[in-house]
Ligand binder design. Structure first.
Ligand SMILES: Cc1cc2nc3c(=O)[nH]c(=O)nc-3n(C[C@H](O)[C@H](O)[C@H](O)COP(=O)(O)OP(=O)(O)OC[C@H]3O[C@@H](n4cnc5c(N)ncnc54)[C@H](O)[C@@H]3O)c2cc1C
Length: 184
């Protein structure tokens, strides 16, 4: 569950188990109540919902003479830490000035080859990082221990362990230096 505005809008993710093949094979309302830990008394509106399938797809080519692929059309992976939209924006900004340079004639048209040469290797690296990270996150799923809020030494030990594991996974996730920014 993620806070969207820190006050009243939240994003709740739920995932299907192998024996739940269809999106509608889960009771969405019950899932939300289970995740939030609330009973039927809580009333809430749904602003929007989206079903998605985790995929790892990378196009072999980002260019076929006059056609350029950018964004999710060129590369798609499990959404993590803003790598998806960021990669799409990086493709678009990379391509835009190359196209202008070729069209306006201040660079040789062969400059357009730079697009695939620059964007394919970095999106391939990002895709492998994100997917291996997604696997680690899946393995780290376990029920929250009952005593997580206990004020005794066992409760403290549980919180310390969960905190360390969350920190370890999330620092890697959100500080992927060289994948979103600063790559060359
Ligand atoms: C659940 C989820 C959460 C995400 N969270 C994040 C996040 O927090 N941060 C982040 O950076 N990224 C996130 N992403 C990834 C991000 O949403 C995508 O990487 C991004 O939207 C891709 O943009 P795009 O323009 O390349 O493709 P799209 O957003 O898919 O846009 C393609 C558009 O083309 C249209 N279209 C398709 N076919 C045709 C056609 N034949 N003719 C005309 N139009 C057509 C489609 O309707 C669509 O509007 C998330 C993705 C999901 C699924």
């Amino acid at each position: 569950m993620f806070a969207i505005d820190g006050y009243e809008n939240s994003l709740v993710h739920n995932h299907l188990h192998p024996d739940e093949p269809e999106f509608d094979s889960v009771d969405r309302d019950q899932s939300i109540r289970h995740i939030l830990g609330v009973d039927a008394d809580l009333k809430y509106p749904i602003n929007t919902k989206e079903d998605w399938v985790g995929r790892h797809l990378l196009s072999n080519r980002f260019r076929k003479p006059r056609v350029f692929l950018a964004g999710d059309a060129a590369h798609i992976w499990v959404p993590y830490a803003g790598y998806g939209m960021t990669a799409g924006l990086a493709c678009a900004t990379n391509l835009a000035w190359l196209v202008v340079a070729a069209l306006k004639g201040w660079a040789d048209p062969s400059i357009l080859d730079a697009y695939e040469a620059e964007r394919h290797p970095i999106t391939e690296q990002a895709s492998h990082f994100v997917m291996s990270h997604a696997q680690k996150m899946l393995k780290a799923r376990f029920p929250v221990p009952q005593n997580v809020e206990a004020l005794d030494s066992e409760g403290y030990a549980v919180r310390t362990l969960i905190g360390m594991e969350a920190d370890d996974l999330n620092v890697q996730q959100f500080c992927g230096e060289g994948l979103n920014f600063g790559y060359y």
